[in-house]
Design a protein around this ligand. Structure first.
Ligand SMILES: O=C[C@H](O)COP(=O)(O)O
Length: 259
């Protein structure tokens, strides 16, 4: 199976539902104007929970070639979990993807590898494709070696979940929102280590099929370098996904790579 390149826009806590409608409409037009061939690249947006119904309605009514997902989900199906959102609710909205284990949730909400594993299992159970985020600090990379901490984080998830379609996003903590992206070589080193980790846990076929993304200060100016690497299948884009022209330019990375 060939891995379709995946350009994912994580809006984080930005854009309300009215701004979401305008942004997705503009994104669809921009991609269309640029003759973006959606068979070659999959483009997805990850808006805040309150935007999802509006985004779903727009995408389905206009049959837009854009996928969408949520930024988090509960590990539980339903019950007394104030403020949480079940994977069942996201599936009922036709969300295709859900981000789990983003470093902002790990650090600001104390999510452990075990919680991330439980959330990944919940996503799979409800038919969502989890985008499992892993990453190390600069200090961890220096002290323990490239890929060691992210692979350990991923192993907990892969050990707790039966093989299924997942996307893995390698996001070095120092590169998130800092304007200082990893180099393509650094990112490739870690993404290759993650793919070897998938092979060890789930077998060679799963490793060959699973898309591994890089995230951290991705822009239209550096995307091509990442996508030239053999183990990087796309990008999880934060800040730059809020600018439609810039995000569309990232989605058209093939024009920069000359593929
Ligand atoms: O989920 C996206 C990442 O945290 C990257 O964010 P950034 O592109 O703003 O650095």
């Amino acid at each position: 199976m060939t891995r379709t390149p995946f350009i994912a826009g994580n809006w984080k806590m930005n854009l309300d539902h009215l701004q979401a409608i305008a942004t997705v409409q503009k994104l669809a037009w921009t991609l269309k104007d640029a003759r973006h061939d959606h068979a070659d690249v999959e483009v997805a947006v990850f808006p805040p929970f309150t935007d999802l119904r509006s985004v779903q309605t727009l995408i389905s009514a206009d049959k837009l070639p854009i996928a969408f997902g949520a930024q988090d989900l509960s590990q539980y199906d339903s019950g007394a979990y104030t403020g949480d959102v079940s994977g069942a609710f996201l599936a009922a909205l036709d969300a295709k993807y859900v981000i789990v284990g983003h470093s902002e949730r790990r650090t600001m909400h104390g999510e452990t590898d075990e919680v991330v594993a439980a959330k990944t299992a919940a996503a799979v159970k409800h038919g969502l494709v989890p985008v499992v985020c892993v990453g190390e600090t600069g200090e961890q990379r220096e002290q323990r070696g490239a890929g060691v901490v992210p692979v350990e984080q991923l192993q907990v998830v892969l050990g707790a979940v039966s093989p299924a379609e997942i996307v893995v996003a390698y996001e070095p903590v120092w590169a998130i929102g800092s304007g200082q992206a990893a180099t393509a070589e650094q990112a490739q080193e870690d993404c290759a280590a993650l793919r070897r980790g998938i092979a060890a846990a789930w077998g060679d076929q799963a490793a060959a099929d699973t898309r591994v993304l890089y995230g951290g200060s991705v822009k239209s100016g550096n995307i091509a370098g990442f996508l030239r690497e053999p183990d990087i299948d796309g990008a999880l884009v934060g800040g730059a996904s809020l600018d439609v022209q810039e995000f569309a330019a990232i989605a058209r990375f093939q024009q920069h790579v000359g593929l």
